[in-house]
Design a protein. Structure first.
Length: 71
């Protein structure tokens, strides 16, 4: 293959990759944000039991705190 053919093949592969990107399904940022917020508020996280009412020994929670504090 000549250099021109190699360059042409590279351009064809790049063009195909761009076409695949264009064909990906897309959603609006506001819709994606709303979906993330709904998921995080409705799905319990076993790594943070103090938030979900399962009071067990949580070494990362501060005792008797009702709000966050910035240090």
């Amino acid at each position: 293959m000549s250099v021109a053919e190699v360059r042409y093949q590279k351009l064809v592969r790049q063009n195909d990759a761009h076409i695949e990107q264009l064909n990906l399904p897309r959603i609006a940022v506001s819709e994606a944000s709303r979906s993330i917020i709904e998921f995080t508020t409705q799905t319990s996280d076993p790594m943070i039991p103090s938030i979900w009412g399962q009071r067990t020994t949580d070494p990362f929670s501060t005792p008797n705190s009702s709000c966050c504090s910035i240090v």
